[in-house]
Design a protein around this ligand. Sequence first.
Ligand SMILES: Cc1cc2nc3c(=O)[nH]c(=O)nc-3n(C[C@H](O)[C@H](O)[C@H](O)COP(=O)(O)O)c2cc1C
Length: 184
Amino acid sequence: MKDTMDPPTMDPPATDPLEPRTLRAVLGRFATGVAVVTAASPGGPVGMTVNSFSSVSLDPPLVLFCVNRRSRLHPAFAEAEAFAVHMLGEGQRDISQRFATPGFDRFGEIRPREGLRGTPLLDGTLAVIECATEQIVAAGDHDIVIGRVVMVEAAPGAAEDPLLYYGGAYRSIESQSGWWAQLA
Ligand SMILES: Cc1cc2nc3c(=O)[nH]c(=O)nc-3n(C[C@H](O)[C@H](O)[C@H](O)COP(=O)(O)O)c2cc1C
C-alpha cells in the first residue's frame, strides 16, 4: 500500500542503499526524542544536543549516547568522568538548537547546578539522568559513550509532551497530522 503520508524531507530510495543521503533518510524514519548531554571539562561546562540517547540495561542501570569523533566537544565527553542527559519537552526547540549550534557560547546566561558527580545540570527539562562514564566504544565515525546511572530527576506532576525528531525535523506529538496539512 502506498504511504501517502511521506513527509517532504524523505527522498525516494536511491539505487545504492548505502548512498549517504538514502541512508540518512531511511535512518530518519526512526522517531526519537531529543536530549542535551552535558559534562564538566577543564574549560568549563559543555553541552550538546543528541538524539542518539538510548537506555541499555536496568540491572546494572546503563544508558548510552553517541558522539561524533569530529565534534569539537568529543575530547570533553571522552575525558569526562561523568555526564548528564536532559530530556527535552516540546517547548524546548530553542534549547535544542542552542546546544547544536557550533562556535557559540551555549551556556550563555544559563548557570547550571552541580550534580552528584559535579556534572552541570540544566533546570526545566522533562527529566535528568546523571551518569558515571563506564565505557567508551569506538564505532566508525562516532564513539558510543556508556554510563552508569547515579541520579535521576523527573519533572513533577503531569510532564509536558516530549520534543520529537523525525525525518530530519522537529516534531511534537500534536503535529503528527500537521506536516501534510501544511502541504495542502
Ligand atoms: C536533533 C539533533 C540531534 C543530534 N544528535 C547528535 C548525536 O546523537 N551525536 C552527535 O555527535 N551529534 C548530534 N547532533 C549534532 C550536535 O548537536 C552538533 O552538531 C554539535 O554539537 C556541533 O557542534 P560541535 O562540533 O561544536 O560539537 C545532533 C543535532 C541535532 C539538532
